[in-house]
Structure formats: structure tokens, C-alpha cells
Design a protein. Structure first.
Length: 75
């Protein structure tokens, strides 16, 4: 699989990255940079990617989501 391929992401991860990308564009980032931010955030949350198989689940790191929620409510 070539570098930069998004094939290994699950549909949920792709959807999350796309939603993060849309909000980054709204904040003024270019389309390319917004896509980088989206997938970087998903990678941070899921610690790389989803592996199939029983007992191979990993806990998620939701610190970036919490940070965003807190930032939005401040003056």
C-alpha cells in the first residue's frame, strides 16, 4: 500500500476525519492542510489505526475532542 493511502481506515475513521477537515476549513486552513489535520487527529485518537481480530481493540484518546469543546466555550 503506498504511503498516504487512506484504504486502511475504517468508514467511521474516514467520516471523523472528514468532519474535522470541514471544521478546519471553516477556521481558515487550506484544503490540503485541513485534510492533514483531520487524519492526524484521527491517528492521535485511535493510536494509529484499527486492527481486526478478537481482543485487539485499543482504548481511544479523546483529549483533542475535549480540548476543542473547552476552547469553544471560553471568552
Amino acid at each position: 500500500m503506498p504511503r498516504g493511502s487512506k484504504k486502511s481506515y475504517t468508514s467511521k475513521q474516514r467520516r471523523q476525519a472528514h468532519d474535522i477537515e470541514k471544521s478546519a476549513k471553516k477556521r481558515g486552513y487550506s484544503a490540503k492542510r485541513a485534510a492533514q489535520i483531520g487524519y492526524a487527529t484521527v491517528n492521535k485518537q485511535d493510536k494509529g489505526g484499527k486492527k481486526s481480530g478478537s481482543g485487539r481493540g485499543k482504548s481511544r484518546n479523546m483529549s483533542s475532542s475535549r480540548k476543542g469543546g473547552r476552547k469553544g466555550g471560553r471568552k
